[in-house]
Design a protein around this ligand. Sequence first.
Ligand SMILES: Cc1ncc(COP(=O)(O)O)c(C=O)c1O
Length: 471
Amino acid sequence: MADPSDSPSSPVDPGARPHRRAHTTARDLERYSGLFAERTRVMRSSAMRDLMEITARPEVISLAGGLPDTSTFPPESFAAQMTRIAHESAAEALQYGPTEGFAETKECIREVMAAEGMDPDPDDVIVTTGGQQAIDLVAKTLVDPGDVVIAEAPTYPGAVPVFCSYQAETVQVGVDADGMVIGELERVLDRLAGEGRRPKFIYTVPSFQNPSGVTMSAERRRRLVDLARARELLVVEDNPYGLLRYEGRPVDPLYKLDGGDYVLYLGTFSKILSPGIRLGWLCAPPPVMEKVVLGKQAADLCTSTLTQYFVREYFGEGSWREYVDDLCGIYRERRDAMVESLERFFPDGTTWSRPEGGLFCWATLPSYIDTTDLLAKALRENVAFVPGAAAYVDGRGGSDMRLNFSASPPEEIREGIKRIGNVIAEQVALYESITSEHRIPGPSADPAAPGREAEEAGGTSLVIPFRREGR
Ligand SMILES: Cc1ncc(COP(=O)(O)O)c(C=O)c1O
């Protein structure tokens, strides 16, 4: 195993940078591959993380990440809170904390959840290192290799690597304009029951879904909760965006409808305050929570004490709702800029969602365009998006893309969509010249009745709620 050049007797220049290999050679891989755990074979990289390095370049307009615009947070408020912590509670803030999180942080969480009509018992809440860790802890607690997990199609791209790394078999259920297609879910559950299989949980992002932007209707939410109760199945509701609503009436979270028996709830401060503080939470009934706490102890002992103190100070000022209102105003304008630009710059044969909140639009291109290939071309034009395949485990989504509107000002969004539109138009022209076919095939679903169509046909692909009128 040891490389002779790493031996302690090698002369060391104290001023030299540590030795790094420029490339991982085939021999290196051979050397380590026998050591890797079985699960590493099915681990997947996160598409957004992969893109981050490229999209960090200043010349790139990134519509790829799911980044909130943290430049909107007043620096003087940040400075005041951190100064107060330094002066009044430095030793405590720099110390370890309880695995479950501080009672004061849970009070802040209760305020956030109360804003959507929920009232969890503090004992049912654990503070996590972002919502991402909450997904991981749920999977760690419930999933054995080969277990079935149900997710939406498309699903949150960041959940896919988690389910893969616990070796779950992820079965995806279609989404249409009203969210997860419950009729299809019932059919999937019946099929699995026929095979003697029972999913460990149903994972859903019901409000302003990442990636599609779609919100599950009140009627579907009721049906999903009733179904979970009737079949005694767990639902994992991931709700980072519920408070980022730009129009329309709020819909009750599943957790509120269920009361916390069958619905586990995941929340985060990332989109309403800051992802840099890495603070999220999970609400679960006591037997599940007991195991989750053990899983978290093993993972990181506790969530950052320092950032929990920050949240406590920030909420103490009593103006967090105003900041969320400010964000909604800013993001509404950006959502509008994106939808208007899609209308203007995307060619015929493309469709997209018009979300009432959240951070994303979802666009579907003619089926002969592969958005992973298209991304390489778009990057040459210094613009990025997330290819739809990242939101599926089974190779679907090849002609879809996720477009983020929260991280860029309206003029950049317009320019970015224009560039992507041009790249698509080139592909369309190329296709037409090769096939001499001047008719552009649109997505396969019937635009007239998106919800019903998907429900009746088995809903295997996302039928988006808004589509362009033919010009
Ligand atoms: C649906 C969903 N869940 C979880 C997360 C993870 O968020 P964080 O770990 O920053 O709380 C995100 C982030 O974009 C998300 O969109």
